[in-house]
Write a protein that binds this ligand. Structure first.
Ligand code: ADP
Ligand code: GLC
Length: 486
């Protein structure tokens, strides 16, 4: 089967969050299972290509006032996957992927509409897939265009579409006049299609027009059908409930393993944990913490700083948490509000919290390896990858029981020696504090703590299982598309 991915980020070419990890790893698992895989991405300024070659010189993308002309370059064939980059410097040769601290780029609708339309056109030259697998709002117009503008194109007659929601919090909302600007028909502007409280909603378009919808954990697939987590689209998802499912993200073992990680000072494994202590020292040195007792537990944080991640809860309890024997090391960037909040906590409790406002992959790896615990008090979390990486590194997760965090972490029970971490349900500072205290208490018994560490390290979160689930869905949509096209 030929599957074409359409996404806005992918490791190692571009990344702001977990989407890039998934689009970097799932195609490899599919290719290893014998499928043909192409991945379409924008060519950003950050995208480093050593062997770029133009494969489509000019694609015409009509806008209401002008034609824009982009090209497609290949990044070569890696692990059996063909990577194609839509190249249009006026849109993609910029400082960041989606926007700056001042906000989103004002022409994001045009940027990702061009990307979506260009990849459809390019596929007619480079190979029409059996299935387009699209991710998040940036490629949501692919299924919309396929079933509207391109519905009579014989090249796409049998093509099926699968859409994966990585985050309901980002929908691609634009004013109505974006439709004529993008040459999309006005009849899309109805409540049963893209209209959403007077605006155009790209994500909603994908939820309406895709053959199948997936999201990145079982729990999140249920949560997004409720008012609390659906961000206004819960009704649309409920209408499509028979074609919505949750498939848990896997881990790219080549990138995230304490046995092979090239960013850490000492390798270690479940059989021999001794290297982890060196990683802890190195981590503390990286954060300039020189006076800490090596026995004090280190709680790590690596995150986009956004409301989703629940860090306001830490601010609520920091004065009481600071009385405990522990130290927090936090790495993140994002909303000014949260960056400033972390810096304020550091200023107030310099012995207890060390912060780096940065995006730094090497330090992210050092935290996974060097911390004793990893904190994710998310308000919502579609899957979450860092808690899974933490399990692999014997860094015990403390999480809120939502979405993928709930699906991946089993509560530790010292009596039975079962479980992999600590979790709380109520979104409150009190619950968080209580749960962190439980973890700190458990840490004091190093014998059973090592059982807990190994429980997590020995779990299998490879992509094999989830890739098979996706293949089952690709086959299902292909069959139903063949029936409806006949
Ligand atoms: P999300 O996609 O919501 O940001 P995930 O847990 O799925 O959350 O994935 C986050 C990914 O981004 C992980 O690979 C994590 O290591 C990485 N990441 C997040 N913030 C940073 C940062 N400041 N520096 C380096 N890597 C980061
Ligand atoms: C999103 C979610 C995160 C998920 C990632 C990859 O950014 O916030 O929970 O792990 O996508 O699917």
């Amino acid at each position: 089967m030929h599957i074409a991915f359409a996404a806005s980020e992918c490791v190692p070419f571009s990344k702001t969050g977990g989407l890039a990890d998934v689009v970097g790893a799932l195609p490899r698992a599919l290719a290893a299972a014998g499928h043909q895989v192409s991945v379409y991405l924008p060519r950003y300024r950050q995208t480093k290509l050593t062997d770029a070659q133009i494969v489509v010189r000019s694609i015409t993308v009509p806008f209401d006032d002008r034609y824009r002309f982009c090209s497609v370059v290949t990044g070569g064939n890696r692990s059996g996957i063909k990577f194609y980059f839509v190249d249009y410097p006026p849109f993609f040769d910029r400082d960041a992927l989606y926007g700056t601290s001042a906000g989103d780029y004002p022409d994001n609708a045009e940027r990702f509409a061009l990307f979506s339309r260009a990849l459809l056109e390019a596929s007619k030259i480079l190979g029409v897939p059996d299935v387009f697998h699209c991710h998040d709002w940036q490629s949501a117009l692919v299924p919309v265009m396929l079933r509207t503008l391109y519905s009579e194109d014989p090249a796409f007659r049998d093509v099926a579409t699968v859409f994966t929601i990585h985050n309901m919090g980002y929908q691609g909302l634009f004013p109505p006049d974006i439709l004529p600007l993008l040459m999309l028909p006005w009849d899309l502007f109805t409540i049963s299609k893209l209209e959403f409280f007077g605006n155009v909603n790209f994500l909603k378009g994908a939820l309406v027009f895709s053959d199948f919808i997936t999201t990145v954990s079982r729990k999140y697939s249920q949560e997004i059908q409720t008012t609390e987590y659906g961000f206004g689209l819960e009704g649309v998802l409920r209408d499509r409930a028979s074609t919505v499912t949750g498939i848990l993200n896997g881990v790219d073992n080549d990138e995230w393993s304490p046995q092979t990680d090239k960013f850490i000072v000492a390798k270690y494994s479940p059989e021999d944990l001794s290297g982890k202590a060196k990683c802890k020292q190195d981590l503390l040195a990286t954060f300039g913490v020189t006076n800490a007792d090596s026995k004090s537990p280190v709680i790590g944080i690596v995150s986009r700083f956004a409301a989703q991640k629940g860090f306001d809860l830490i601010a609520q309890i920091m004065d009481r948490l600071a009385r405990e024997d522990m130290i927090i090391v936090a790495l993140g960037t994002g909303d000014k509000e949260y960056e400033e909040m972390f810096l304020r906590m550091q200023k107030q409790f310099p012995q207890k919290i060390a912060v780096k406002i940065a995006y730094d992959n090497a330090i992210a790896h050092k935290i996974e390896a060097g911390a004793d615990m990893f904190l994710m008090p998310s308000k919502y979390e579609p899957c979450g990858l860092n808690q899974i990486y933490s399990l692999k590194y014997g860094t015990v997760p403390i999480v809120r029981a939502t979405g993928g965090l709930d699906d991946t972490i089993e509560p530790w029970d010292a009596r039975s020696g079962k479980g992999t971490g600590f979790k709380f349900t109520e979104y409150s500072g009190e619950s968080l504090l209580l749960t962190i205290k439980q973890a700190l208490q458990a840490y004091r018994d190093q014998g059973s703590w090592q059982v807990l560490m190994r429980n997590g390290m020995n779990k299998d979160f490879s992509w094999n299982f989830s890739a098979k689930e996706y293949v089952r869905i690709y086959e299902r949509v292909r069959q139903s598309r063949a029936v409806s096209a006949a």
